[in-house]
Design a protein around this ligand. Structure first.
Ligand SMILES: [Zn+2]
Ligand SMILES: [Zn+2]
Length: 222
């Protein structure tokens, strides 16, 4: 099994349908046995190219795509995606061919208000909303579902504080919509194409700095 071909087939399935392709679909698409597909998927999971369920039989996430709800929907012209987290949802228009603007919707975790933005590729959406990420970048992969599930958008700082107090959680990192949009714009660049390489930690640090993020939360020096 050529795992790079398998990776691309997972992304093609997500791009075209909004959902993760199941093992039999991948097997058909690649003309390969299901056992080979499964072992390829597990190799991609170990390489953090995607996230499988606990039994290793189903794709849950191939960033920025998700097959499970994490608080966001993202509506294109003909396709509806789970938006993954705030970072992932804002990345979709930058990555999807023929989708220059995607309607991203969520509920504020603080107060339950319905929030929605047309997210495009030219400029960040307007608004005084904020994104709050709970889990620091150096620990992001300890429990990726908890990490992604807690990268959310709020009405404002007050709703972040309310949510943190209610949950008894330690504050993470709060940023405005413009910073979130810049973070999302190029982070996943190249992921739908062959030969994609994940960023080394030093490259990630340079990217975070360039979009205006600071501090140990992002694995950066103070
Ligand atoms: Zn709110
Ligand atoms: Zn995410």
């Amino acid at each position: 099994m050529d795992v790079e071909k398998l990776r691309l087939a997972v992304y093609a399935g997500f791009t075209e349908t909004g959902r993760a392709p199941a093992v039999p679909d991948l097997s058909d698409r690649l003309n390969a046995g299901e056992a080979d597909v499964l072992s390829g998927l597990r190799a991609l999971h170990r390489g953090r190219h995607l996230v499988l369920n606990v039994t290793g039989t189903r794709v849950l996430i191939a960033h920025p795509f998700s097959d499970v709800p994490l608080g966001f929907s993202a509506m294109g012209r003909d396709t509806l995606w789970w938006g993954g987290c705030a970072w992932d949802a804002f990345a979709l228009p930058h990555l999807l061919p023929g989708e220059p603007e995607v309607l991203v919707a969520t509920r504020c975790p603080g107060c339950g208000a319905a929030l929605a933005w047309n997210v495009g590729t030219d400029a960040p959406p307007e608004g005084g909303h904020v994104a709050h990420f709970l889990v620091p970048v150096p620990r992001m992969w300890d429990d990726v579902m908890r990490t992604c599930g807690n990268q959310r958008l709020y009405c404002g700082e007050r709703c972040v504080t309310d949510w943190l107090e209610r949950r008894g959680e330690t504050p993470g990192y709060t940023m405005d919509l413009g910073t979130l949009w810049r973070l999302a714009a190029h982070w996943y660049e190249g992921r739908l194409e062959a030969g994609y390489r994940r960023r080394e930690p030093a490259e990630a640090a340079a990217y975070f700095t360039q979009v205006g993020l600071t501090g140990p939360f992002w694995g950066l020096e103070d």
